[in-house]
Design a protein around this ligand. Structure first.
Ligand code: NAP
Length: 426
């Protein structure tokens, strides 16, 4: 086996993020795509101790785990050291031995790390802001966040983005936006901002691992992440049967019974996608009617592989990393009756929380749920002059790919105007 090996699947956003992170380290690695190959899939599951999710990453004899674990190693500053022991790269220098680590060169790098505009987030909002600011010659730097491409990257068919009469795959749409932004001079890097310094300009953006970039204006488009139910077993069984991404993990549940939690468009979309793989899909919803749009509700209820558990909450995920998920323990909200629903997989799709932790201690107005709200000036402006916001971090109403793109455009145009006014001394 090669020293660094990544098992991947087709249409797997996390796999792309893992590969991008390794590529950013300039190391050679082998990729084994297990899609459609049961033998390879079994090999991956066996080597990874029963993990039912891709990617699975091995560095030397160490099983790192999935993308989250790889990113956590990077965040703790341990990835470079681990790679250095096993990696080969173009120049044959060990990974992590960055020649710019020398103090003098580091100091020179300070000015190279300055951009007129930095955009945090590489989803629809961030990449649209990148296209617009790049076209305005503002040479934006996009810092991807942990999950390049955001929510669209783990979506399959996008049927309502204008301009695609036959629909478009979420990852394709994102890759096209990225290419469009790069064509006009945007730079897109894999990285995760850990801290913002906005007390004075130029602003500072500190990344996990310590790199520091500065900018005159900042567009925060960090999006939203899947919500957790908050019940026992949910986190322990992630990757062992519990998932938040059907497109990533559906293939592991071919001909097996699975459940989906939620009653919104995401839950029904995931459920319908999963019917192509699973023997049966039980949708567990806490009320007796869907929040989802009528067209999605109609499609889900008409599908013969879909069964409904109305008025039902999840109480616990039963199983262990050895056995995998064995059952979802549910409770009827009306009668209090408990039941163990035997399933091999459960997909949680109950909405998202805004990724605004970075803004929490700053003078940006946030509501009780953590969404950015309007202060004295209308969004995309914030109370910090020069800091703009776009997308799901403030929009809990529409939350569509097209509205996120629109918000990205809006933030870019206002950023450009604001920078021009400053240059003209207005
Ligand atoms: P959502 O519309 O907020 O729906 C979340 C669902 O999860 C609701 O049914 C909610 O129940 C349930 N839920 C929330 N917290 C829960 C908990 N702790 N335990 C159990 N259930 C819980 O979120 P979404 O489905 O992710 O959709 C977000 C937005 O994206 C929406 O505007 C949607 O229209 C859009 N979207 C569109 C498409 C499409 O057009 N193809 C696809 C996906 C998403 P209640 O109903 O009881 O509140």
């Amino acid at each position: 086996m090669p020293d660094i090996l990544v098992y991947t699947k087709t249409f797997c956003g996390y796999c792309v993020w893992a590969k991008r992170l390794l590529e950013s380290k300039d190391v050679d690695f082998a990729e084994v795509n297990v899609s459609g190959d049961r033998e390879l899939m079994q090999q991956m599951i066996q080597r990874s101790g029963g993990r039912l999710t891709a990617p699975q990453i091995f560095i030397g004899s160490i099983h790192v785990g999935g993308y989250d674990e790889l990113a956590a190693l990077e965040a703790r500053g341990e990835l470079d050291t681990l790679l250095a022991k096993h990696a080969h790269n173009g120049s044959d220098r060990p990974a992590g031995d960055d020649p710019t680590n020398h103090q003098a060169e580091k100091e020179n790098a300070v000015s190279e790390n300055h951009r007129p505009v930095i955009i945090l987030g590489s989803g629809c909002a961030g990449l649209t802001a990148a296209i617009y600011t790049a076209r305005a010659n503002l040479t934006p730097l996009v810092i991807s966040g942990r999950e390049f491409g955001g929510q669209l990257y783990t979506t399959t068919d996008v049927e309502n983005f204008p301009g695609f009469p036959e629909g478009v795959q979420g990852p394709d749409l994102i890759e096209n936006m990225k290419a469009q932004a790069e064509r006009f001079g945007a730079e897109i890097m894999i990285g995760h901002a850990e801290k913002l310094e906005v007390a004075e300009r130029p602003f500072g953006v500190i990344l996990e691992g310590g790199a520091r970039y500065t900018c005159d204006a900042l567009i925060v488009a960090t999006g939203a992440s899947p919500k957790e139910i908050g019940v026992p077993g949910e986190l322990d069984l992630r990757g062992y049967g519990v998932s938040t991404c059907a497109t990533c993990d559906a293939a592991f549940f071919r001909d097996r019974p699975i459940a989906v939690v939620g009653g919104g468009d995401s839950a029904l979309e995931e459920a319908l996608f999963l019917t192509k793989f699973a023997s049966k899909v039980t949708i567990i919803h806490r009320r007796d009617e869907f929040r989802a749009s009528p067209v999605m509700a109609e499609r889900a209820l008409a599908n013969e592989r879909v069964e409904m558990m109305w008025n039902t909450q999840v109480k616990e995920f039963v199983g262990s990393s050895k056995t995998g998920l064995q059952a979802v323990r549910t409770v009827d909200v009306n009668t209090g009756e408990e039941q163990d629903l035997a399933v091999d997989g459960c997909f949680i799709a109950i909405g998202h929380d805004p990724n605004t932790a970075l803004l929490r201690d700053l003078a940006v107005d946030l509501d009780d749920l953590g969404y950015v709200t309007e202060g004295d000036r209308p969004l995309p402006y914030t109370a910090i002059e020069g800091v703009f916001v776009a997308g799901d971090i403030h929009d809990h109403h529409y939350r569509q790919a097209i509205t996120a793109a629109g918000y990205g455009c809006r933030a870019a145009l206002d950023t450009e105007r604001w920078l021009t006014n400053r240059l003209m001394g207005a």
